[in-house]
Design a protein around this ligand. Structure first.
Ligand SMILES: Cc1cc2nc3c(=O)[nH]c(=O)nc-3n(C[C@H](O)[C@H](O)[C@H](O)COP(=O)(O)OP(=O)(O)OC[C@H]3O[C@@H](n4cnc5c(N)ncnc54)[C@H](O)[C@@H]3O)c2cc1C
Length: 387
């Protein structure tokens, strides 16, 4: 099997790599991430200036086009320095745009996708609730009732990342309580964040601090009919096709992080001295670095394999979940060893290892927890559902 990138993809990778090195260096990403109070608008503006928000959005709606492999290349290159700040781009051009492209009406696509591609419309995803994210449907209390010309939305969400900075919130709510199965009767709303009744409060957290994850309350929020995405009551089916792409995106982010860890670990090992030698001469440091390089390779192989299956339209749900698990665990292990290699400086806010660790630790929990991933893999082997 040949998973190598073609000439066009390699050229795109090189353009992104040059841009990342020049415009999004690690020192600046570290500085932006540390500022919990302020969304990284300057980074948004640079991405906008370069037109990167159009990646993956079809050309007919103002985007640059490109499939999941194109998005994967961008995510890997950008995450190498940006880590979790990748989601300045991802929440809008990946999360929001993929959903609208999949289920929006022609009118909705014309209304929102060109603005998203141009970097003029920011999106946050508001799914998880205070009572639980893994069993998101079982925990869901947010609901909306039909009123004249639209819907009346009430409820509370948790961890809506980028909520304060967003122009629109993609909100999942129950619109029918009399259903046999909990994935029935759900509706997706693309809510204007300026609508009266919405309140967002920052949740202090370990990593991706500048991304501003929030608790959000919706108190009698009016959502017009034209802002409902897909068929009312059918939201679950609208979300399913985006899940594999989401796993691929997380895999690409983690691989980018491992790239960043490896380059910093190698550079440090070749310049730091102890006992009159570069620490890179010590066998154990070499072994740590060999482990990181091996995790990079295994993550890359699985990522390219799943991306290829997905772009060929083949079934890859189990493989995408395996990728999500392997990539997130490898990224955290790599950053942890990276901290060890840098010694005290690995723990310092002046280097990036601690940021890679903090930013990627959350990905073992989200968008699906690795425990839940293991459940689905076991089930695919014929074992009974454990929950
Ligand atoms: C920084 C951050 C950013 C986030 N951004 C967003 C966002 O933008 N939008 C959004 O909607 N959500 C977001 N989330 C929410 C995230 O998706 C949830 O935290 C995640 O789904 C886990 O849900 P939970 O935290 O409620 O944990 P719980 O569901 O309470 O799980 C707790 C533990 O129990 C385990 N568990 C639960 N059920 C089972 C089972 N059946 N078998 C085995 N183990 C199980 C879990 O794996 C986990 O280890 C974010 C979260 C964080 C922390």
């Amino acid at each position: 099997m040949d998973f190598s990138l073609n000439e066009e993809q390699l050229a795109f990778r090189d353009i992104v790599r040059r841009w990342v090195n020049a415009e999004a260096p690690k020192d600046w990403m570290r500085q932006l991430e540390a500022d919990e109070e302020n969304y990284p608008y300057p980074l948004w503006d640079k991405l906008k200036e370069q037109g990167f928000f159009g990646i993956g959005i079809p050309e007919e709606w103002g985007g640059l086009g490109g499939d999941v492999v194109t998005q994967m290349i961008f995510a890997r290159e950008f995450a190498r320095t940006a880590g979790g700040l990748l989601w300045t781009w991802g929440l809008t051009s990946f999360g929001g745009a993929k959903t609208i492209t999949a289920v929006g009406t022609e009118e909705q696509k014309q209304r929102w996708l060109p603005a998203m591609a141009a970097g003029d419309l920011r999106v946050a995803l508001s799914m998880t609730e205070p009572d639980g994210g893994t069993d998101v449907l079982g925990a869901m209390k947010t609901h909306a009732e039909k009123v004249d010309g639209g819907w009346n939305l009430n409820g509370a969400k948790m961890w809506t990342t980028g909520a304060k900075a967003a122009d629109r919130l993609l909100v999942l709510a129950r619109t029918d309580k009399n259903v046999e199965k909990k994935h029935h009767g759900l509706t997706m709303f693309f809510v204007d964040n300026k609508t009266p009744g919405i309140t967002s409060s920052l949740l202090p957290k370990l990593g991706m601090r500048a991304m501003g994850s929030c608790s959000v309350t919706y108190d009698d929020v009016f959502v017009p009919d034209e802002d409902v995405l897909g068929e009312p009551g059918q939201a679950w089916y609208a979300m399913l096709p985006t899940l594999n792409n989401e796993r691929i995106m997380v895999g690409a982010q983690c691989l980018g992080a491992i790239d960043g860890v490896l380059e910093d670990a190698l550079a440090y090992a070749m310049q730091r001295k102890a006992f009159g030698k570069f620490i890179g001469q010590f066998q154990i440091i070499q072994h740590y670095i060999a482990d990181i390089a091996t995790w990079q390779q295994t993550t890359e192989l699985l990522l390219y394999y799943v991306a290829q299956l997905q772009s060929e339209g083949k079934k890859c749900g189990v493989e995408a979940n395996m990728l999500k698990m392997v990539a997130t665990e490898n990224a955290v292990k790599a950053a942890d060893l990276g901290i060890q290699i840098l010694g005290g400086m690995g723990y310092s806010a002046e280097t990036d290892m601690q940021r890679y660790w903090r930013d990627h630790r959350i990905l073992r929990m989200t968008p699906i927890s690795n425990e839940m991933v293991r459940n689905t893999i076991a089930e695919s082997l014929g074992l009974p559902r454990s929950f």
